[in-house]
Design a protein around this ligand. Structure first.
Ligand code: SF4
Ligand code: SF4
Length: 388
């Protein structure tokens, strides 16, 4: 069987010429992929990225988003830049602007895909699901004719790494259903359970309450600690930020990754075949997710950009590329004693990065078998030099 192609451009740039810059390489990658194979004239094209958070600024930069917008327009499509609600929708649009993503910078409208309350979504059945039989997909994504999934490749405390799969599975669904029930949060927990709080470990520092996007946590002095069942989205952010391990989202890695794959399948099922492309940016690869209130320094050096129409293949290729990079000094990786190339994201987050890829392949989301196609020259120029 023919292997899935993953087009790749390195981040290194050794020639003092625009054609050797990473934005130029992205233009070349988009030419190689040939967007016209995926986008028909007048297609409404969702450019699905992550807007970051107040304090987490290492998202995919507007300069790259704009190149993608321009390429979609050149293919005849109508692009819009979008993400689903992570905090209150209108506040999240402010975060997008704070992190540089606006109509003016991107060259296309910047929209929230699941409406002003994070519940503008449609239930979608998941074929062959073990756990998430149905999940509501954000209407801004569901109604799009095509999608370009633009992911900042990085670590992730729960999943080990975040890339294309996580961007669609978690990022393509709304926090609430149209009826106001929990939706995305069901992916983080088993049977929709609240985070479990252990009073004996709690230092009453208040960090969990401060990060909660719905103000669901009430802490009064050292007497009262409550999580409001109705307000809680089950996003797991409180448990991730608790350094004292007093909060726990009760789920295994296997179950979490299965949930994410099932949700990813739901999102993908809303598109006709060959209407979705995945672009992973292996830049500023911090150890944690872009929805934390800060971004630590990268744990490995910039590696470049990978593009494919298979979410499993592109994530597998990026894991393989990153695994060949030495961990950076003065980073969380070196704090943990990592000096040799290897599964740095898995090691810093103490998670199995291969799990989501294996489950993704087993459940038919994509293939781990790929052919890496290095893109070396910018075809628009007659210069014979290679990029590095
Ligand atoms: S972050 Fe952890 S230790 Fe701090 S108040 Fe919340 S549960 Fe307690
Ligand atoms: S899981 Fe934690 S941070 Fe997320 S909404 Fe519930 S209480 Fe808030």
């Amino acid at each position: 069987m023919e292997k899935t192609k993953v087009f790749y451009a390195t981040a290194r740039s050794k020639v003092w010429n625009y054609d050797y810059s990473l934005p130029a390489k992205l233009e070349e990658l988009l030419l190689k992929v040939d967007l016209s194979k995926y986008i028909a004239p007048k297609d409404k094209v969702a450019i699905k990225t992550h807007f970051g958070s107040h304090g987490a600024f290492r998202i995919v930069r507007p300069v790259f988003i704009r190149k993608i917008v321009n390429a979609v327009k050149a293919a005849g499509g109508k692009p819009f830049v979008t993400d689903t609600t992570r905090i209150e929708s209108l506040d999240y649009l402010e975060v997008a602007a704070e992190n540089g993503l606006t109509h003016l910078t991107c060259g296309a409208p910047v929209l929230i895909a699941d409406g002003i309350k994070g519940m503008d979504a449609t239930p979608v059945k998941v074929e062959g699901a073990k756990h998430i039989q149905e999940i509501s997909v954000a209407n801004g994504i569901l109604q799009a004719d095509a999608m370009i999934v633009v992911s900042h490749f990085k670590g992730h405390l729960q999943a080990g790494f975040g890339g294309a799969i996580k961007n669609i599975g978690m990022g393509g669904v709304s926090p609430k259903t149209l009826e106001g029930k929990n939706n995305r949060g069901r992916l983080h927990s088993v049977d929709d359970k609240l985070p479990a709080w252990d009073k004996t470990k709690c230092t009453w520092c208040g960090r969990c309450g401060a990060i909660c996007p719905t103000e669901a946590i009430t802490i009064i002095g050292r007497d009262i600690y409550e999580i409001n069942d109705e307000a809680c989205w089950r996003c797991g952010r409180c448990a991730r930020i608790c350094k004292d391990k007093a909060l726990d989202m009760p789920i295994t890695s296997e179950r979490l990754n299965t949930h994410i794959i099932e949700a990813s399948k739901a999102v993908m099922s809303t598109f006709r075949p060959k209407k979705v492309i995945f672009i992973n940016f292996m830049l500023e690869m911090q150890p944690e997710c872009d929805c934390m209130p800060m971004a630590d320094v990268p744990v490995v050096n910039d590696q470049g950009i990978a593009v494919s129409d298979d979410p499993v293949a592109v994530d597998q290729a990026c894991i393989d590329i990153v695994s060949k990079a030495r961990p950076l000094p003065d980073s969380l990786a070196s704090d943990m004693g990592l000096t040799e190339a290897g599964d740095t994201f898995g090691s810093v987050n103490k998670k199995e990065t291969r799990l989501s890829l294996e489950i993704g392949e087993k459940m038919g989301l994509g293939s781990r078998s790929y052919e890496l196609v290095p893109v070396k020259k910018k075809t628009a120029t007659s210069e014979p030099e290679e990029w590095e």
